[in-house]
Design a protein around this ligand. Structure first.
Ligand SMILES: Cc1cc2nc3c(=O)[nH]c(=O)nc-3n(C[C@H](O)[C@H](O)[C@H](O)COP(=O)(O)OP(=O)(O)OC[C@H]3O[C@@H](n4cnc5c(N)ncnc54)[C@H](O)[C@@H]3O)c2cc1C
Length: 377
């Protein structure tokens, strides 16, 4: 029998790599199995926004988790830089959510007031103030909310940094290791079978993003893919300081004049072809926000596959009938933002320690129906 690990993680995206990192800090022997190369799917397609107040509703069980996660980034950036030399590109220059109608103006003003009452930094800005802060923006707007604490990172760099830091702590990574089946013994999961060999562990964590449903996540509506197309442009001079967020398009200013424009949303497909309609629509919307973008050079276009769940919340916890099989998936549009807290909480959970957030009940796997037999892959 081959070497036995404490935890085997299926999937080398940001969720698998961050959990490997936090498990390694506990001294666990961890193996990550990735079917291609680390970070090759959603985690390298993401714009890297850390959008708690911009994107999430305060009533959602995910809001508090996301807020805690955002707070982890400054220390994490330093820790990962020290361990790996990788700069995760943390920028904390805020996000503006723009209003384009009277209705949105009224709604956003209310959101700003309510968030402020709850102690969040959130400010309504009239059109003149917004254009004063970001002079290249269109002036065809009704104002917007300014969230100074929001920011962004480089999603591919953060994924690689988690992986390298985990490797420094002794985690083993096997790329080109496509897991085709879980291995069972006496009604327990004892390992994972890949085309390059079988691996055994005391616990198995499924962190295979949109592909996680293959591993006992039976019900179709439990987890499904949502395609997102995006592009990046190069500008000679920086046109934006802050992230710009609207209902149908966002602009994320990165280092060196790069701006990421995102993203489309097409559910129920693993197709990653980039389309004229998708990219053309984004270009049109982006130019309306920032007219000078028409002169920018297109740098890259791409598509990725977000893991979405039936109720929009991630699935985090143990299988209802198989206590050493865990899931951490379904982070949809916020997996980069949620990666530090998810890694920390799941590592605590697997190691059976008290979690930072003790109540994970809103994310428990049993809210969906499960199979207890392996489906053919
Ligand atoms: C266009 C776009 C923009 C986005 N922007 C943001 C953003 O600004 N902020 C934010 O927080 N989030 C954003 N997201 C969402 C974020 O990218 C995801 O939530 C996150 O990357 C999910 O991470 P993951 O590790 O669960 O999945 P993935 O990154 O998809 O990783 C899963 C891994 O599992 C591997 N795998 C699958 N099956 C197997 C198998 N059988 N055996 C072995 N390995 C397997 C895959 O190859 C893959 O590497 C965006 C997503 C997209 C597509």
């Amino acid at each position: 029998m081959s070497k036995k690990y404490d935890t085997i993680i299926l999937g080398g995206g940001i969720i698998g790599c961050s959990t490997a990192f936090y498990l390694s800090k506990k001294g666990q022997r961890v193996l990550v199995l990735e079917k291609g190369s680390l970070g090759q799917e959603a985690s390298s397609a993401a714009a890297g926004m850390l959008g708690v107040q911009t994107e999430l509703e305060e009533e959602s069980p995910i809001y508090e988790l996301a807020r805690k996660s955002r707070e982890m980034f400054p220390n994490l950036a330093e820790e990962l830089k020290d361990m790996t030399g990788i700069d995760i590109g943390l920028s904390q220059k805020g996000t503006m959510r723009l209003a384009f109608s009277e209705e949105q103006r009224a709604d956003y003003r209310e959101i700003a007031v309510n968030q402020k009452l709850k102690g969040e930094e959130s400010f309504w800005k009239d059109k003149e103030e917004i254009v004063g802060m970001e002079p290249c923006l269109t002036d065809s707007l009704f104002g917007g909310i300014w969230f100074p604490k929001e920011g962004h990172v480089s999603a591919p760099d953060l994924t690689q940094a988690f992986a390298r830091a985990a490797a420094v702590n002794g985690v083993t990574f096997r790329e080109s290791a496509d897991v085709y089946q879980l291995i069972f013994h006496q009604n327990q999961v004892v390992g994972a079978a890949t085309d390059t060999g079988d691996f055994y562990g005391s616990a198995v964590l499924v962190a295979a993003g949109a592909w996680s449903r293959r591993f006992l996540l039976g019900e179709e509506q439990a987890l499904y893919p949502v395609k997102g197309e995006a592009l990046s442009v190069k500008t000679e001079k920086a046109m934006l300081h802050t992230t710009i967020f609207t209902d149908d398009c966002y602009l994320v200013p990165k280092k060196g004049g790069e701006i990421i424009v995102g993203a489309t949303s097409t559910p129920h497909t693993f197709d990653k072809r980039v389309t004229m309609e998708g990219i053309g629509g984004l270009i049109h919307k982006a130019k309306r926000l920032l007219p000078l973008l028409g002169r920018a050079e297109i740098d890259r276009i791409w598509a990725g596959t977000r893991p979405m769940t039936g109720d929009g919340l991630p699935i985090m916890g143990a299988h209802p009938d198989l206590s050493n099989l865990y899931f951490s998936t379904g982070h949809y549009r916020n997996g980069i933002l949620l990666s530090p807290i998810t890694g920390k909480v799941m590592a605590d959970y697997i190691a059976e320690e008290a979690t930072l957030i003790t109540d994970l009940s809103a994310f428990k796997p049993e809210r969906f129906q499960y199979q207890t037999e392996v489906s053919p892959l």
